[in-house]
Ligand binder design. Structure first.
Ligand SMILES: [Zn+2]
Length: 184
């Protein structure tokens, strides 16, 4: 159990802030590759040091899956509203980049990412283009946008507050508006 022994020594050295008794590690001086990786992991758990770009990140971690799903869902809604142009898609990418940072700080929020990306894109579109997505439920009156509910939670939906109804899940707006993947 060489790894476990190194881990223990590394933790002890880090905790004591000095020499590990009997160990090969003068703390902070000429740490071997194995020890520095172990120490990095130790500090990441204990102190939330930013992940180093060491090439060992898993490309299909649950975090990445949630980001990938969020991107796909919001893009589907943009396609349904026929606003998925290149510069709009880049708004989604911008949001995903920011939310990757966010969810790295708070992994428990992975299930909330889709709703957050939807709101980010909605805000960005409001500045540049106008309201999105327009409510498909209310036939008359002022055109108004749908809102995401919950603002911070799992299973986000588009809702119309005027009519007081859930319109569709985020990612399923095409079915509610009749555009996109209609079978008729
Ligand atoms: Zn409405």
């Amino acid at each position: 159990m060489e790894g476990a022994r190194v881990r223990t020594l590394a933790a002890r050295a880090a905790g004591a802030g000095g020499f590990a008794p009997g160990g090969p590690l003068p703390c902070g001086v000429k740490i071997s590759f194995t020890s520095s990786v172990t120490l990095e992991r130790y500090f990441r758990i204990g102190l939330r040091v930013k992940t180093a770009h060491n090439g060992t990140m898993d490309p299909v971690s649950p975090l990445e899956q949630s980001l990938h799903a969020a991107r796909a869902l919001v893009l589907a809604d943009l396609v349904a509203g026929e606003v998925a142009e290149a510069d709009v898609v880049s708004l989604v990418e911008d949001s995903v980049v920011q939310r990757r940072w966010w969810v790295e700080q708070w992994p428990e929020g992975a299930g909330y990412v889709a709703g957050l990306v939807a709101q980010d894109v909605q805000d960005a579109l409001l500045e540049r283009y106008g309201r999105w997505p327009l409510c498909p439920v209310c036939g008359s009156g002022d055109p108004h946008a749908l809102d995401v509910e919950p603002e911070l939670g799992p299973d986000p939906h588009w809702v119309c507050h005027k009519a007081g109804v859930k319109v569709a899940s985020v990612g399923s707006l095409g079915r509610a508006t009749g555009s996109g993947t209609s079978s008729s």
